[in-house]
Design a protein around this ligand. Structure first.
Ligand SMILES: N[C@@H](CCC(=O)N[C@@H](CSS)C(=O)NCC(=O)O)C(=O)O
Length: 314
């Protein structure tokens, strides 16, 4: 699996590339690097003058697919799976579609109601058999798409840990959900909310952290039974205990990042690398504004997103 990509869409300045490659290598010792540079309208991925003996993927692609291809390599080196990271640009939410490429059995994690058409079309286009629509928790910033997906894909079952929220399946710590030859382990990671789950795909070295761990950050702890102490213990006990090269996929990113690793966050997370007492103070002093959609999102997400918002507003 490719662990990191060093990508330039401009002509490479070997000295600068060497520096950024070296930085990547410091952070990710197992990094394989891929260089991509643009010549006129085509992208060519080519062997670079690397200051170390790291393997470089040699591929060429015409048109502007170079960037997409580089991103594809970071997560799609596994040929036996389907993996799609989808994004909702309004709430900055990531949705993940995972499938067994052979059996077509699939799951979706944290769908967003406004993106249900897109997600259902993707599932159908790829001929997938969607078994579960999982929520990592009761979201406060957007309405889940799991209820609407169930309406459109009969047989798909909604999943959440929070016992007060309606869903087909209420999971608990240690439960496993199977799809094809694969399975996801449910790890309870309370703190952002008390029902937060991290979904660990051990077979592929990936984990879906919801809002417990964000890239260089973490979920806020100032509502929904949030607890900074509990969040600190969850991340250190249930996420940082995974192998360092585990790829972590959060439910949100607000700065254009897409994924991280356990090793990176253990070294670079500005909140969670601190002692617990300091972490608690950092969280107390965040003073974030309330999510704009919280008043409609919380009640809707207690009923799997299937909620008559217009009627509720009257
Ligand atoms: N501006 C957004 C909400 C941003 C926000 O509060 N994000 C949450 C996760 S969604 S409840 C969070 O935990 N952020 C942590 C952080 O450090 O940013 C909106 O209005 O929806």
């Amino acid at each position: 699996m490719v662990r990191a990509v060093v990508l330039s869409t401009a002509r490479l300045v070997p000295r600068l590339v060497g520096k950024s490659v070296q930085n990547s290598k410091q952070i990710l010792p197992a990094a394989t690097c891929l260089l991509c540079h643009e010549t006129r309208r085509d992208y060519h991925v080519q062997r670079g003058n690397l200051p170390f003996g790291g393997a470089v993927q040699l591929k060429t692609s015409s048109s502007s697919s170079g960037l997409m291809y580089a991103r594809y390599l970071t997560t799609m080196a596994h040929k036996d799976i389907v993996f799609r990271q989808l994004f909702d640009g309004t709430s900055f939410t990531f949705t993940y579609l995972l499938a067994d490429a052979k059996t077509k059995d699939a799951i979706i994690i944290d769908p967003v109601i406004e993106q249900v058409e897109r997600d259902v079309r993707l599932v159908q286009d790829m001929g997938l058999n969607l078994l579960y629509a999982l929520n990592t928790h009761v979201h406060a910033d957007h309405i889940t798409g799991s209820g609407e997906i169930k309406k459109r894909i009969p047989g798909c079952r909604s999943v959440i840990a929070e016992p007060q929220a309606s869903a087909d399946i209420h999971i608990k710590h240690g439960d496993r959900l199977k799809f094809g030859q694969f399975e996801i382990e449910c790890r309870s990671t309370p703190g952002h909310t008390n029902g937060c789950m991290t979904y660990v795909w051990h077979q592929k070295g990936m984990a879906f952290t919801g809002d417990a761990l964000l890239i260089r950050g973490c979920g806020r702890t100032d509502f929904q039974q949030g607890s900074s102490e509990a969040l600190y213990d969850s991340v250190h006990g249930q996420i940082f205990s995974l192998p360092e090269d585990t790829a972590l996929f959060p439910a949100h990113d607000y700065k254009g990042m897409t994924m991280t690793t356990v090793g990176e966050e253990k070294m670079l997370n500005p909140r969670l690398t601190k002692p617990k007492m300091d972490f608690v103070k950092i969280m107390k002093d965040l003073n974030l504004p309330y999510p704009k959609q919280i008043d409609k999102a919380l009640p809707a997400n207690m009923v799997c997103g299937v909620y008559d918002i217009k009627a509720a507003a009257i």
